[in-house]
Structures are given as structure tokens and as C-alpha cells.
Ligand binder design. Structure first.
Ligand code: ADP
Length: 290
């Protein structure tokens, strides 16, 4: 199964060009859409979910024309929006049952079976009688996935799902997405590079409404071998330094300022060649956009 996006564009009424000629091919598995805040990720996610209209372009799930056949898409789409509203006083199981009814499952036993199956899958079966308002951030996000899994979607869209989760909850959430991504297309929109490097088999980088790169994380990282260098730049004037080198990032480590640069050849004795990571690819790509 493939999701194919062709030349999608969207300009809001205030003149912001949120999507500019976006084309992507997204196969089964976990796909990471990585970009800074305001890049256009949510606009793209909402457009694929047919919650808003594009000005131009089309989207296909195999031979289903999504923007034309919205009803058919709804049958196979699961969506966890950035802001997921729920009724805090509802108990997890009751709300799932209700949402399942809204999905059109009228048989009570069938609904109960599906709710049990999904709540177990997202590890919330034990908490099924708990009010959702008492859930932790991670539990809420897993509940968000649970509701998105109702109706067995073939395409699951999750928009910025790990923002605000602690490391333990994040890892748990990653494991859940990885499991789901074995069978269907999962699009994970995020500004967190680690979400993509840990999870995704395919990815794209988006900024200012444009796709800057579509790639496979492992492959692109190996293209950066021998091109990333580090130096202790404590006390150095960064403005002058940046004029001479292609700075990718700086970080503090044990009170020192460590600078990472991109260079195709050895930049000098003060530098140490280091293993590239996806963050290098991300910052490099953002810094070289035309
Ligand atoms: P992201 O999800 O990557 O943070 P968004 O798709 O939310 O990006 O936003 C892309 C751009 O479109 C931003 O500049 C944002 O301010 C603008 N934008 C988003 N929604 C609207 C809207 N409803 N009306 C006008 N501008 C919007």
C-alpha cells in the first residue's frame, strides 16, 4: 500500500503559504514527517485526513482518490490530532464503546470485543474503568491512539504525539507505534528528531511548506560519514567562527561549548571526526534550504 501526495499547495486567507507543491510517496510502515514549528506539518496532516481543503494537488491511497472520496477514506483512517479533546469524566471503556458506536458498530458484543482488544493493545485495559481526566500524559496519548485504532484503519496519522511525554512514556509510546506500523501506514508528524531516528523506516523534512528531503534515515546518515566534525569552542567568538565553518549545532558539555560542523574535508587539527546522527542531517538540511 502506498500513499501518494502530488503537488499539494495551501495558502491561508491571511496569505501564509503553509504548503508549497508538496509531493511525497509514503509506503507501509512508520513514516516520519520532521520539521520545526510552523513548517506546515499539521496543515498537511489535516489535509490528508480531509479535515481541510487544499488549493491544489491530489492524494491517493493506492487507487483511492482521498480528496474526492472522503467517505471511503473515513472508513480506513485513524487520526490522532495535536489537540485531542475528550470528556475528562468519562471512563476509558465507556468512551471507547461510545466512539465505536459512532463508527457504526451496532452489535454490542462486537463492540465490546474490539474495545477490549484495542485497550489491551495500548496497555490501558487495567485502567479501563478509570476516568480519562485522571490519566497521565502518556496514558492520554495511548488512549488517543486507541480511539484512532477503532475500525481497523489502514492509514494512521499522529500529529506531534510525544510532545510533553517523559522519557519512559515516550519509549512506551514508540513501542506501540512500532508495533502498529508493522501492518499499516503510520505517519508521525514531529519536531523531535529522536522520534524519527528511533522509529521511522522512511522520512521527510519539511520547512516553510516545502519538502526539503525525502529519504531513509539509515541511508542518509551514512552519506554524512566523515563529514561531521566536533571541536571545543569554549571562549571562541562564534560569529567569526560561523563565517569560516558550516556550523551545524552547538551544545554545552561539562561546562564546555562543543561545536559541530559540516565539512567534506579535514578542517584542521583542532577538530575531531565524529559519527553522524540524524540531527546533523536535519540541521544541515534546514541550513542549506534555498
Ligand atoms: P506545524 O504543524 O508544522 O507547526 P502548521 O501547519 O500548524 O505547522 O502551520 C503552518 C503555517 O501556517 C504557520 O505559519 C501557521 O502560523 C500557519 N497557519 C496554520 N493554521 C492556520 C490558519 N488556520 N490560518 C492562518 N494561518 C495558519
Amino acid at each position: 500500500m502506498n500513499l501518494t501526495i502530488n503537488n499539494l499547495s495551501k495558502t491561508y486567507s491571511n496569505g501564509v503559504r503553509a504548503l508549497e507543491n508538496v509531493s511525497l510517496t509514503i509506503p507501509s510502515g512508520l513514516f516520519g514527517l520532521l520539521g520545526p514549528n510552523g513548517a506546515g506539518k499539521s496543515t498537511l496532516m489535516r489535509t490528508i485526513a480531509t479535515l481541510q481543503e487544499a488549493d491544489d494537488g491530489d492524494i491517493w491511497l493506492d487507487d483511492l482518490n482521498i480528496l474526492e472520496q472522503k467517505h471511503d477514506l473515513k472508513q480506513i483512517l485513524g487520526y490522532l490530532p495535536q489537540e485531542f479533546g475528550f470528556y475528562p469524566k468519562d471512563r476509558a471503556m465507556d468512551l471507547m464503546d461510545h466512539l465505536n458506536l459512532l463508527k457504526g458498530i451496532s452489535n454490542k458484543r462486537e463492540r465490546a470485543q474490539m474495545v477490549e482488544y484495542i485497550l489491551k493493545k495500548v496497555n490501558l485495559w487495567e485502567a479501563r474503568k478509570q476516568r480519562i481526566g485522571t490519566f497521565s500524559g502518556g496514558m492520554k496519548q495511548r488512549f488517543g491512539i486507541a480511539q484512532a485504532l477503532l475500525g481497523n484503519p489502514k492509514l494512521l496519522i499522529v500529529d506531534e504525539p510525544t510532545a510533553g511525554l517523559d522519557p519512559y512514556e515516550r519509549r512506551r509510546f514508540h513501542n506501540l507505534l512500532a508495533e502498529i506500523g508493522r501492518d499499516i501506514i503510520v505517519i508521525l508528524s514531529t519536531h523531535i528528531v529522536d522520534d524519527v531516528s528511533n522509529l521511522c523506516t522512511n522520512m521527510a523534512i519539511i520547512d516553510k511548506g516545502r519538502i526539503l528531503l525525502q529519504t531513509v534515515p539509515g541511508e542518509i546518515i551514512s552519506e554524512f560519514e566523515n563529514k561531521i566534525w566536533e571541536m571545543d569552542a569554549t571562549g571562541i567568538d562564534m560569529e567569526t567562527f560561523s563565517e569560516n565553518y558550516h556550523v551545524i549545532s552547538t551544545r554545552l558539555f561539562a561546562g564546555k561549548t562543543i561545536v559541530r560542523i559540516y565539512s567534506g574535508s579535514n578542517p584542521g587539527d583542532d577538530f575531531l571526526a565524529v559519527e553522524p546522527i540524524l540531527e546533523d542531517v536535519y540541521f544541515y538540511t534546514l541550513s542549506t534550504r534555498s
